[in-house]
Design a protein around this ligand. Structure first.
Ligand SMILES: [Zn+2]
Length: 50
């Protein structure tokens, strides 16, 4: 099973080591690059709706 990577819009594995938590919500990423990108500006990728 996979979930959407909020940074690149691709698919991230549910058990990926690349994950982050922001404002109580968990985010999963396809790679360390996307995780690093999220860490730079988490609010940009955690907007509700879009
Ligand atoms: Zn990605």
């Amino acid at each position: 099973m996979s979930v959407k990577d909020p940074v690149c819009g691709g698919q991230a594995h549910e058990n990926t080591p690349f994950k982050a938590e922001f404002r109580g919500k968990k985010y999963l990423f396809c790679s360390s690059k996307c995780l690093a990108q999220f860490d730079k500006n988490p609010s940009q990728y955690s907007k509700k709706g879009k």
